[in-house]
Ligand binder design. Structure first.
Ligand SMILES: Nc1ncnc2c1ncn2[C@@H]1O[C@H](COP(=O)(O)OP(=O)(O)OP(=O)(O)O)[C@@H](O)[C@H]1O
Ligand SMILES: [Mg+2]
Length: 464
């Protein structure tokens, strides 16, 4: 993460810079707005700009906008600067950071502005090879298709490619094609003109244009409907898009990264994915191996998560015990890195001694069953936490309709996935579209549906 400080380093802003450096950020500094703009124009760029509220932030933001320099601007000042702070926010500053700076607040800020900006963990040769390949092709403008099971780190890899590309100073915009309803996705991607449809009261710039000069991540591209795929293909080939209801095409300069956790070839054969689009996206393919196929990554990832979640929760860092490491290494991790991350987060909160030991590590039901039946290492496990009960025996199902059982399975799986439609669909082995239709049906029948987490993953930044 590159942070630009606009203002004097001698004052409290310098303290903010030191905290950011300690969190792994790279710092650039400018004394005033004109030199900040010169620095930004030079192509060195910044992921976030921290600007002293005493400086003319309005000018900085206006100029950045007109020059299409996309980076969020954070106004920084003391409490007594309240009037200036309000003016800065009105002018388009993303946040107000009170000074003297609070270390936690800066950490949270850097986190929300695009992960911690560090390279993905890669120790196992299988993952090292994938990362190498990603870094090799990062500089080119070619489209990249990132494949891998759910939770393997596809988005992490996409962000890394962007950071290592010549577009690093430009925006990184992510759109989850599976999480946005079909009828909204078009407007989300391509924007619309005033009057394009009855609710279109003003022009809206879509994500393609927002990503201009940068990278657009189309997450779970297999879920995009065929009609929209045609429009996407045109955008990639012609490097221009049509806003909904627009009369003139708009030129865009965007590099496309796409992810899928389903084999697109099969979708092409079924006719649900356009072959020409497939070839366009598939110029370079990166395949993330599932965690079980890169066992040497398990402990380094777990250690990184243990450190991260201790920090986030304001707890002392505790290492993993040797037994705990062995237990983690023995798991199949069907939910891949995300599942490991959740397990370690829980463990950090549950651990009681000086180390994180096996008693703090609670594994999902299915995994616990597997590790016992495999007669694996004689390691004691903590109680199982998964909220779903073990699969009931056939006897308890008798007398219930298939539709009933299906509904319970779907809702429990969704609850287990904290409302995440994509993960629930993957676990259930159905498409996200089928899941969505089922949920709509239940909802119409008055059943309460677990809410979805954020639908749109906006990215490192929004255009200033
Ligand atoms: N190599 C890695 N280094 C550090 N963190 C990682 C790595 N791989 C994955 N993660 C973490 O694991 C979680 C899942 O990663 P990510 O969201 O990139 O997976 P995904 O493949 O996009 O999953 P899905 O298919 O479910 O969208 C994230 O919290 C991410 O930070
Ligand atoms: Mg993802």
């Amino acid at each position: 993460m590159r942070v630009m400080i606009v203002g004097s380093m001698a004052a409290e802003l310098g303290e903010a810079a030191r905290i950011a450096i300690a969190r792994g950020a790279k710092i650039a500094q400018a004394d005033d707005v004109p030199s900040a703009l010169a620095e930004l124009r030079s192509g060195r760029g910044a992921d976030v700009v921290l600007c002293d509220v005493q400086l003319p932030i309005e000018d900085l933001i206006t100029q950045m906008t007109s020059e299409r320099i996309a980076a969020p601007v954070i106004a920084c000042g003391t409490r007594s600067d309240a009037v200036r702070a309000a003016a800065a926010i009105r002018a388009g500053a993303r946040e107000y950071l009170p000074l003297p700076p609070d270390a936690e607040l800066i950490a949270a800020l850097l986190e929300t502005l695009g992960g911690d900006g560090r390279a993905p963990v890669a120790v196992d040769p299988a993952m090292v090879a994938t990362l190498r390949r990603a870094e090799q092709i990062a500089a080119s403008d070619a489209s990249v298709l990132i494949r891998g099971e759910s939770g393997t780190g596809k988005e992490v890899l996409a962000r890394h490619i962007h950071r290592r590309s010549r577009r690093a100073a430009g925006p990184f915009i992510a759109v989850n094609c599976a999480a946005i309803p079909e009828n909204l996705l078009e407007s989300e991607l391509f924007g619309h003109e005033k009057g394009a449809f009855s609710g279109a009261i003003a022009r809206r710039i879509g994500r393609f244009e927002a990503a201009d000069g940068g990278t657009l991540l189309l997450d779970e591209i297999s879920e995009m409907d065929v009609r929209l795929q045609a429009k996407l293909l045109r955008a990639i080939q012609e490097r221009e898009i049509d806003r909904l209801g627009g009369t003139e095409p708009v030129k865009v300069n965007v590099r496309i990264l796409a992810t899928t956790n389903r084999p697109l070839e099969a979708e092409v054969r079924k006719g649900t994915f356009r072959e020409d689009l497939y070839f366009r996206l598939n110029v370079i393919t990166l395949t993330l191996p599932p965690l079980r196929e890169r066992p040497r990554d398990i402990v380094p990832l777990a250690e990184m998560f243990a450190r991260r979640y201790a920090e986030v929760n304001g707890l002392p860092h505790r290492p993993l015990s040797a037994e705990a490491k062995r237990l983690l290494e023995a798991q199949p991790w069907r939910g891949n890195v995300r599942e490991l991350e959740n397990t370690i987060h829980r463990a950090v909160l549950l651990a009681s001694g000086d180390v994180i030991d096996v008693d703090a590590i609670e594994l999902p039901v299915a995994e616990a069953a597997i590790s016992t039946s495999a007669g694996g290492p004689a390691i004691t496990r903590g109680p199982s936490t998964a909220s779903i009960a073990p699969a009931p025996g056939a006897a308890s199902l008798v007398g219930r309709t298939v539709a009933d059982v299906e509904r319970d399975l779907i809702l429990e799986t969704l609850t287990h996935c904290l409302g995440n439609r994509t993960h629930a669909a993957a676990l259930l082995g159905i498409s996200i579209r089928t899941l969505r239709n089922k949920l709509r049906e239940y909802s119409a029948a008055g059943v309460k549906i677990p809410a979805a987490p954020n639908a749109v993953g906006v990215a490192d930044r929004v255009p200033a």
